[in-house]
Design a protein around this ligand. Structure first.
Ligand code: CAA
Length: 287
């Protein structure tokens, strides 16, 4: 079976990026969100990214138009009735994801694969909300999606080998590199990345160095493109805290306890770049 029609659920930063790379690879993509303004905002981000590609001579205006033509806005989940693949990139709450997957299970054709872009929630538990756990899988894209090469492909306990292979192939058509991972809290990416970020926050909390110095050490000393505190602001401090809590709860190990300073910033509403303030201050809350 060929995957041709895709629905992306959630038109936020990740959902819009996923829809963009799918549309660029020639898939017919429905970009779904609850309200028309959310979908419009996502399509606006895609338009801006594509225009940058045209300005830089990487794409013609006509090619841009072809990509745009592959995208359709959706505010009705019933539109998933004709798709081969759904990639869910909604909020990171198990109750919400379970509800969406149960609905999609009823709406989509029997052959359809249901994927989640969750950054740390168990695929096995999401799959349990459906009657097709063998067709449920994790596709964890990295931010910014159009730029980052990796997609972690997460097998749930029941994911069929054939489904894994189809998603691995599909990921390659997006010009991304699929990496196989099993279903454990944080998978590989966030199990390794988030404790590093959390430790950087502890380092700041304990007064070992300034935020600039911590970032500089990791940028210049380890060749990281962004220092960990800048990266935390970029990802969103609420997301970082949520993932640390998922690791802490999932493993029951205090080595994953979130730094109190991270909790404090989240309580203050200092969520990073998206709110204009995190460890650093930003002029504009939107890129
Ligand atoms: N959308 C699309 N393209 C973007 C972009 C965005 N949001 N941000 C940057 N780019 C593009 C730019 O257009 C530019 O492209 P060209 O050079 O081809 O014109 C390219 O990326 C480089 O951008 P800049 O020159 O502006 O800046 P930079 O060299 O500092 O790179 C960066 C920016 C790619 C974000 C780089 O700093 C980086 O790789 N940072 C680390 C990102 C990272 O670690 N991501 C993973 C986060 S963890 C995650 O996503 C998982 C999770 O579950 C939390």
């Amino acid at each position: 079976m060929k995957l041709e029609k895709v629905m992306v659920v959630g038109a936020g930063q990740m959902g819009a990026g996923i829809a963009q790379v799918c549309a660029q690879a020639g898939y017919k993509v429905l970009l779904h969100d609850l309200k028309p303004e959310f979908v419009e905002r996502g399509l606006g981000v895609i338009d801006k990214n594509l225009s940058r590609n045209v300005d830089k001579g990487r794409m013609t205006e006509r090619e841009k138009q072809e990509v745009i033509n592959n995208l359709t806005a959706s505010t009705d989940l019933q539109d998933a009735a004709g798709v081969d693949l759904v990639i869910e990139a909604a909020v990171e709450k198990m109750e919400i994801k379970a509800k969406i997957f149960a609905q999609l299970d009823n709406i989509t054709p029997v052959h359809a694969i249901l994927a989640s872009n969750t950054s740390s929630l168990p695929i096995t538990e999401i799959a349990a909300a459906t009657k097709r756990p063998e067709k449920v899988i994790g596709m964890h894209f990295m931010n910014p999606v159009p730029v980052m090469k990796l997609v972690e492909i997460i097998r749930g306990l029941a994911t069929a080998d054939e489904v894994y292979q189809m998603i691995e192939e599909m990921t390659k058509t997006l010009n991304k590199v699929p990496v196989a991972v099993n279903d454990f809290p944080g998978f590989v990416s966030n199990r390794v990345l988030m404790p590093m970020i959390n430790e950087a926050i502890y380092t700041l909390y304990e007064g070992v160095a300034t935020k600039e110095a911590i970032d500089e050490v990791m940028k210049l000393g380890m060749n990281h493109p962004m220092g960990p505190l800048t990266l935390a602001d970029f990802i969103g401090l609420d997301t970082c805290l949520y993932i640390m809590e998922t690791l802490h709860e999932g493993f029951g190990d205090d080595k994953y306890r979130p730094c109190p300073l991270l909790r404090k910033y989240v309580k203050a509403g200092w969520l990073g770049k998206k709110t204009g303030r995190g460890f650093y201050e930003y002029e504009s809350s939107h890129k």
